[in-house]
Design a protein around this ligand. Structure first.
Ligand SMILES: Cc1ncc(COP(=O)(O)O)c(C=O)c1O
Length: 379
C-alpha cells in the first residue's frame, strides 16, 4: 500500500519526523527543560560542530532563521553602501537581507541557475562588494566553477544562499562550502527542519566571530559594551536538539530524494517536459523536483488536471520573482530579466518529501502523462 493511497490527494510535500526521532528529540527536550539552559547551551554548540563537520567548513554559527543568517553575513562583510548582486529569482529573504544590512541591492538575471553570462561583465565594478548565488530547489548551477574562479580572481566574496540545498553536491563541490560564506535555513519546509532556524557556514574566522556577536546584541566580547548594529538572532536549545537528531540522516535522505527525482526523470522521459541535467554522481538535496513545461500557458490547466486526478503540485520557486515583487520595485534598474521570467512562467514542482515511496511517484507520473497529453490534444 503506498503512503498516499489512503488519502485522496497526494500532497506537494510533507514534514516527516520518524517515531524513533520523535522519541530522541523529546528526550533531549526533557533534558533541556530541566537543565535551566534553554538557549546558548550544549545542543547549540554540538549542532554547530556537527554542521561544520558535515559540510566540511571550519565554522558553523546557528541563528534564528535563514534570513538572519544572510543579514549577518552581509553585515560581517561590512557591505553597507556597497552593491550586492542577487539573482532576481530567489526568495524574499535574499533580497531583504541585503537591504537590511544597508547594502545596495542589484538584481542579475537568473532562472534555476546563476548563469555566468549574467555576472561576468559586472563583477569587476568598483562598487560591487559581493555576489550571491542561490541554489534554487537544491540544484547547483553548472557555471559555479567558473563563477567561483572569477570571484577568486577578483577577490570578491561569493556568498551562497543554500537555504534549499543542504546535502547537494556536484563537480563544483558541496553546497554550503563553495564560497566565502553560506546561509542555511531550517524552516519547517526545508530538508533539515528545526521548526525555525538557520546557520552560517564559513571558513572565515572573522565572519564567524562577528556573526556570534551580531546574533547576541553586538556585545564586545568580555564586556558589557554594545559595539555592533546587531539584533537577537540566536537559535534555541530546543531547535538545536532537533537539528542534531535530523542531521544524522541528512546524507541518506538526500540520496533517497535524489533517487526519487531520477525515478521521475525516467518515468517522464519522452513527454514534452524537460528536466535540469543530473549527472550520475550528482546528489541533490531534493528540496524540490523541478520540471519545465514546453508551453507556459499549459501550467494552470495541468495544475487543475493534476488536482482533479488527486495530485497537488507544489508552489513554484518562484512564480513571482523578486524583480516583479512590489517591495523590490525601488531596486530595479530597468534591465530586463528574460531568463528569470521564462523560468518563473514555465516550471512546475512535483511532489517530493523525505522518504516518498515509488508507488506514489509512479501515480504522479501516470497522472502527469495524462494531464500533458490532454493539453497536447484538448477535447
Ligand atoms: C532561498 C531562500 N533563502 C532564504 C530563506 C530564508 O529562510 P528563513 O525562512 O529560515 O528565514 C528562504 C526561506 O524560505 C529561502 O527560500
Amino acid at each position: 500500500v503506498s503512503q498516499t493511497q489512503l488519502t485522496s490527494v497526494i500532497p506537494p510535500s510533507q514534514v516527516i519526523v520518524h517515531p524513533d526521532e520523535v522519541e530522541q528529540i523529546l528526550a533531549a527536550h526533557r533534558r533541556i527543560l530541566t537543565s535551566g539552559m534553554l538557549t546558548n547551551g550544549e545542543h547549540t554548540e554540538r549542532f554547530e560542530a556537527e554542521l561544520a563537520a558535515a559540510f566540511g567548513v571550519r565554522h558553523a554559527v546557528a541563528s534564528s532563521s535563514g534570513t538572519s543568517a544572510l543579514e549577518m553575513i552581509f553585515r560581517a562583510l561590512d557591505l553597507a553602501g556597497r552593491t550586492v548582486l542577487v539573482p532576481s529569482n530567489t526568495n524574499f529573504a535574499t533580497g531583504i537581507a541585503v537591504v537590511n544590512a544597508g547594502a545596495r541591492l542589484e538584481f542579475y538575471d537568473a532562472g534555476l541557475y546563476a548563469p555566468l553570462g549574467s555576472l561576468a561583465d559586472r563583477l569587476d565594478r568598483a562598487d560591487v562588494g559581493a555576489v550571491v548565488v542561490v541554489h534554487i530547489g537544491g540544484y547547483l548551477s553548472p557555471d559555479l566553477p567558473a563563477i567561483q574562479q572569477l570571484c577568486r580572481s577578483l577577490e570578491l566574496p561569493l556568498i551562497e544562499d543554500a537555504a534549499h540545498a543542504h546535502g547537494s553536491h556536484s563537480p563544483a563541490g558541496q553546497a554550503g562550502a563553495l564560497g566565502r560564506a553560506a546561509a542555511l535555513s531550517f524552516y519547517e519546509s526545508k530538508v533539515l527542519p528545526t521548526a525555525e532556524g538557520g546557520a552560517i557556514l564559513t571558513d572565515d574566522e572573522s565572519i564567524a566571530s562577528t556573526a556570534r556577536a551580531l546574533r547576541s546584541q553586538g556585545f564586545q566580547p568580555g564586556t558589557d559594551l554594545h559595539v555592533l548594529h546587531a539584533n537577537t538572532w540566536r537559535m534555541s536549545e530546543v531547535e538545536a536538539a532537533m537539528g542534531c537528531c535530523l542531521l544524522t540522516s541528512l546524507a541518506a535522505d538526500c540520496a533517497q530524494r535524489t533517487a526519487a527525482i531520477r525515478r521521475y526523470y525516467a518515468g517522464l522521459a519522452g513527454t514534452s517536459l524537460s528536466f535540469p541535467d543530473l549527472a550520475e554522481d550528482d546528489v541533490l538535496s531534493g528540496y524540490k523536483c523541478i520540471a519545465l513545461l514546453a508551453d507556459p500557458a499549459t501550467r494552470e490547466p495541468v495544475r487543475r488536471a493534476m488536482l482533479a486526478g488527486g495530485v497537488e503540485l507544489d508552489r513554484e520557486v518562484y512564480s513571482i520573482p523578486l524583480h516583479r515583487q512590489p517591495i523590490f520595485q525601488p531596486y530595479r534598474t530597468g534591465q530586463a530579466h528574460p531568463i528569470t521570467d521564462d523560468f518563473a512562467d514555465r516550471h512546475i514542482c512535483l511532489p517530493i518529501w523525505r522518504g516518498i515511496d515509488e508507488a506514489t511517484i509512479d501515480r504522479v507520473v501516470d497522472r502527469l502523462i495524462r494531464a500533458l497529453s490532454d493539453q497536447a490534444s484538448p477535447a
